[in-house]
Write a protein that binds this ligand. Structure first.
Ligand code: AMP
Length: 282
């Protein structure tokens, strides 16, 4: 397993795979790896001849400098976690200026309106940053398949649009959310929480489950009220949004249609740590 810090070094390492038509799987991450990330690497490793795991905290997708500064970084531990894979694994941990060809700025994208919903509303410019960095990565890594978690479901839908817009020959594979035994979705940001906060944060998943259980019985309005009530006056959790949205368009649902698939989404702060989660409802 080798760690590549420059575009040219990674490209050179991948050349024999490309020449011999071997398949390349790609797992983009921001590091501080956990079992959720590892599940993506496992799937990529089963389905491909080699796997590239990028570890890069992308500055252009952060709208909040404090969040960027405090984002957990743990490269040594990340390398140790990836050592368990015997297959050809390439870690790509680039320097921002090199990755961005000396111009660390976002392109402006239109992802059929998906970019204006939920995370897009609350994190201005976030999906332009995500689109820009993944477009750069896809052109360097040239993967056959890229593996993204449903944990960031809106991002997953955005990336599917990105490859259409940029005409990139990569298949996007969505992977299930991996949770702690408590139900809390695994996240690098959980590393910033103390034991009490980790216990309180379970409310996010509990609320999603409650909404799922009541999905057939209650109207969307009542489901929204039910979720919001769980967070009202909570001593440590502040709900940023709860939404039930159409899985395809991610537009906010106002009423239920039998033909459509829905998911419930939550973003919540615990102190200054922002957590997101979601669940399929039907
Ligand atoms: P991140 O490092 O947070 O940018 O995440 C990198 C990739 O891992 C994204 O595709 C995430 O959706 C995915 N991911 C993060 N947490 C989980 C999880 N708990 N289960 C499955 N995938 C995850």
């Amino acid at each position: 397993m080798k760690i590549h810090n420059s575009n040219s070094s990674l490209k050179e390492a991948l050349l024999p795979f490309i020449k011999n038509r071997k398949s390349i799987g790609f797992v983009p991450t921001m590091g501080a790896l956990h079992i959720g990330h590892i599940s993506l690497v496992e799937q990529a490793s089963i389905e491909n001849d080699c796997v590239v795991v990028s570890i890069f905290v992308n500055p252009t997708q952060f709208d909040n400098p404090n969040d960027l500064q405090k984002y957990p970084r743990a490269i040594e531990n990340d390398i140790a976690l990836l050592k368990r894979f015997s297959k050809n694994i390439f870690i790509f941990s680039p320097n921002a200026l090199d990755l961005y060809n000396q111009n660390i700025n976002s392109k402006s994208y239109h992802f059929s309106g998906i970019e204006n919903e939920m995370e897009g509303k609350h994190r201005i410019g976030h999906f332009d940053g995500v689109g820009t960095v993944l477009n750069l990565f896809f052109r360097i890594v040239k993967p056959n398949k890229a593996y993204l978690g449903e944990k960031d479901f809106q991002q997953l839908q955005i990336v599917k649009k990105l490859v259409e817009i940029e005409n990139l020959p990569v298949k996007i594979i969505g992977c299930p959310i991996i949770r702690e035994s408590s139900g809390l979705a695994m996240s690098s940001r959980n590393k910033r929480l103390n034991t009490d906060q980790l216990n309180e944060a379970i409310l996010i998943y509990k609320t999603l489950l409650k909404v799922k259980e009541n999905f057939k019985l209650l109207s969307i309005l009542k489901l929204n009220q039910l979720a919001e009530k769980e967070f009202k006056n909570h001593p440590c959790l502040t709900l940023e949004y709860f939404e039930i949205a159409d899985t395809e368009t991610l537009k906010t649902a106002i009423y239920k249609s039998k033909k459509k698939k829905y998911r419930a989404f939550i973003a919540s702060f615990i102190d200054d740590v922002r957590l997101i989660d979601n669940i399929a409802l039907n």
